[in-house]
Each structure stands twice: as structure tokens, then as C-alpha cells.
Ligand binder design. Structure first.
Ligand SMILES: [Zn+2]
Length: 149
């Protein structure tokens, strides 16, 4: 009630990916759940992420170069950014990429019915990489997660 450590929306959204992957500590998890209980915006964001994850999981598996992830992540202007934040960024990028394809039209409408987010702004940081590579990057990350690596 006294809001000892309430999350704001920005912080909650940063934690959502990890929340979905059960990567949070118990305390963090409770904070996220408490925020979700009170915040329809973040609940919607969580639902959107879940749809995105399902979409990614349905993508055909491909084998990227072993060092691709490192090379891509090396381009990120990150400072001690947890891997799952990078994954969330990559997922956003993938959506942005898909928006340009025929598949992307339907996906875009499904995922962003209410909020056309500026995904493509972030995409510019990656424009030296072909779209397919980013897709495989995300797929690779997800496989790592499933392998319990
Ligand atoms: Zn919120």
C-alpha cells in the first residue's frame, strides 16, 4: 500500500520478457505481478509479447553463423544490458522486419492493433545486417533458452 518498490510501466516492460521466461527472482516476479494486476497497459504488453513469442517459436529453424549473435550484440549501445533485454530488442526488430514483408502485414495487424510502435527506428542501428540474420539471431536465442544453456 505504501508502494515500497512499485514498478513504473517502463521498468515493468523491461522485466516482462524475463518474467515470461521465468528468469526473474521471486521478488522481481512479485513486483511485476503486482504491477500487471493494476496496469492494463502492461497486461496488454505482456499479451503482445506472448503472441510474438508464439510467432517466433513457429518460425522454421535455421542455423546462423556461430558468432552472429556476438557480432550483432556488439553493435548494441549497451552497458551491462541483461541478455533478455537484448532479446526483447531483437524481437522488436524482427517485428519491424516482418512489417516489410508479406507475412509482416498480417503479423503487424495482429500484434499492434492499438499501437503502431516505432520499431523501425531501432532497426536503423542494424541496417548492415540482412533481415534474415536478425531472425535467426532471435531464433538462436530462443533455442539457447530452451536448451537450458
Ligand atoms: Zn504498466
Amino acid at each position: 500500500m505504501d508502494g515500497k518498490a512499485m514498478l513504473n510501466c517502463q521498468k515493468a516492460k523491461e522485466l516482462l520478457s524475463a518474467y515470461m521466461d521465468a528468469e526473474l527472482s521471486e521478488a522481481q516476479r512479485e513486483l511485476v505481478q503486482a504491477h500487471l494486476a493494476e496496469c492494463p497497459v502492461c497486461r496488454q504488453e505482456l499479451a503482445r509479447l506472448e503472441r510474438l513469442w508464439q510467432t517466433l517459436a513457429a518460425l522454421p529453424g535455421v542455423a546462423p553463423p556461430a558468432d552472429l549473435a556476438e557480432r550483432v550484440l556488439a553493435q548494441l549501445p549497451r552497458r551491462q544490458v541483461p541478455w533478455w533485454r537484448s532479446l526483447a530488442l531483437a524481437a522488436s526488430l524482427l517485428v519491424g522486419i516482418m512489417m516489410g514483408g508479406s507475412l509482416g502485414v498480417n503479423l503487424h495487424q495482429g500484434l499492434y492493433q492499438t499501437t503502431p510502435e516505432p520499431q523501425l527506428v531501432v532497426l536503423e542501428a542494424f541496417d548492415e545486417f540482412p533481415p534474415a540474420s536478425l531472425g535467426t539471431l532471435v531464433a538462436t536465442y530462443q533455442m539457447d533458452e530452451e536448451n537450458g544453456a
